[in-house]
Design a binder for this molecule. Structure first.
Ligand code: NAD
Length: 427
């Protein structure tokens, strides 16, 4: 099949395992279902092992390979660098790629520390002056039911948001015999369930509500302190072998937060919820309605309209597969659901569209930094008596006045009311 003639967007990708496969699929698929202004080309794939990267490139559809990621940045035939490696590599790779004039898509969590994230956000701001853009891969924003949830909140269908309830539940290390992996080592992953999956629900709740977290209190726990070293690795876990390694991250994170509009948030991120495989569960209650989502039923959004007569009111189950729903018109007839990989394709669509328009794609590195500050506040306060901890405000954020009933616990004076669900970012 010949694609419509469009300028090329030549991609160099680093890392070729779980996210590498998901991103490759998205780069390949997006221009075949969506009419994109630029045509992605899978130009070069980087990995450290020559045989491994050659085999991956053949399987995933990449034209060429490199065994040193720095070579990707030096290549004149690369416009965008896609970073699909563990967190400890993100800052160095992203900053160098931006300095080399390449657009960057970087997987989440954006970094392993606030200092790294600040340096990345600064590099992105500098690069934007010459039209070079950076984006973080908080992919779940692009699940159509989640995007629809955001639209409903933005349209005021929920009124003033009061409660945000978010869980990200997995169980792939619930078995103590499940082996060590980079996700269990602080120097590689930054944190455990908190940064790996908690970062997603921080981003998603802020995305859906259009508000940011102003402070948190938190508990972190490591249930299994030592695990077998891996004999082989699988998609996430693997098979344990000889010797034991030390787990240096949290196994579970539980935290409370308050949003800029006054809503209260409760968050839970764990990889010990036996039976829950990838349950991202979000419920939002407002003054006019509620919504609920569970990724294990990802084509569905539950919506309760508080304005309906009590006799017939109830949560309605919206099957988010109509052509009117976000992204869905490009896919299948109504009812023929979408899956995990579609979020990554939608991410490519939004990124390519923004790049062609010369606009900043979202979430930006400034957004990634803000999420990093939340993760950092959670870690700091969990280690220090779990008292209330303010989150530093990014200069560009939270310029609006405070909501009513702004308590002293948030540390500021009582201010004017802000508009319900005031949106900071409507792109
Ligand atoms: N958006 C999402 O929903 C989502 C889901 C899973 C993982 N992630 C994130 O994606 C990133 C990668 O996770 P993953 O699950 O793909 O991990 P993975 O272990 O499956 O793959 C990591 C890849 O990076 C390569 N790599 C590591 N260090 C490298 C280096 N210095 N140079 C070149 N290649 C290197 C490895 O060889 C491997 O190919 C992480 O930041 C993770 O948090 C995001």
């Amino acid at each position: 099949m010949t694609l419509p003639a469009r300028p090329a967007l030549r991609v160099g990708m680093i890392g070729h395992a779980f996210m590498g496969a998901a991103h490759s699929h998205a780069w390949r698929t997006a221009p075949r279902f969506f009419d994109l202004p630029l045509t992605p080309e899978l130009t070069v794939l980087a990995g450290r092992d020559p045989a491994g990267v050659t085999a991956a490139a053949a399987r995933l559809g990449w034209a060429d390979t490199e065994t040193d990621w720095r070579r990707v940045l030096e290549r004149p035939d690369v416009d965008l660098v896609d970073i699909c490696t563990p967190g400890h590599t993100h800052a160095e790779m992203a900053i160098a790629a931006l300095a080399a004039g390449k657009h960057v898509l970087c997987e989440k969590p954006m970094a392993n520390s606030v200092a790294e994230a600040e340096a990345m956000a600064e590099a992105a701001e500098r690069a934007a002056d010459s039209g070079v853009r950076a984006m973080v891969g908080f992919t779940y924003r692009r699940v159509p039911a989640i995007t629809l949830a955001r639209q409903l909140v933005a349209e005021g269908r929920l009124g003033q948001i009061r409660h945000v309830r978010a869980q990200y539940l997995q169980d792939w290390i619930a078995d103590p015999a499940s082996p060590m992996s980079w996700r269990l080592e602080k120097d590689k992953a930054g944190s455990g369930a908190l940064g790996d999956i908690g970062a997603h629900i921080v981003d998603l709740t802020q995305f859906i509500t259009g508000q940011t977290l102003t402070g948190v209190s938190a508990l972190l726990e490591t249930f299994v302190a030592k695990r077998p070293l891996p004999a082989s690795s699988g998609k996430l876990g693997g098979v344990g072998g000889e010797g034991m390694g030390e787990v240096t991250v949290d196994d579970a994170a539980v935290f409370l937060g308050r949003f800029t509009g006054g809503a209260l948030g409760t968050f839970e991120a764990t990889r010990f919820a036996l039976g829950r495989k990838n349950a991202i569960r979000i419920e939002v209650n407002g003054s006019a309605g509620s919504l609920a989502f569970d990724f294990e039923d990802m084509n569905v959004l539950h919506f309760f309209d508080g304005g309906e007569p009590a006799a017939t009111a109830g949560f309605r189950r919206i099957v988010v597969t109509e052509p009117e729903h976000p992204y869905v018109g490009a896919w299948w007839p109504a009812g023929h659901g979408l899956g995990y990989e579609h979020g990554f394709t939608h991410q490519v669509v939004d990124l390519v569209t923004a790049l062609a328009a010369g606009e900043q794609p979202t979430p930006s590195f400034a957004d990634g930094l803000q999420v990093q500050r939340v993760l950092d506040a959670v870690e700091r306060i969990a280690a220090d008596r779990s008292t209330w901890t303010e989150i530093p405000t990014h200069a560009a954020q939270d310029e609006g006045p405070r909501p009513p009933h702004h308590s002293q616990a948030r540390g500021g004076p009582l201010d004017e009311a802000e508009e319900p669900n005031e949106r900071k970012d409507l792109s």
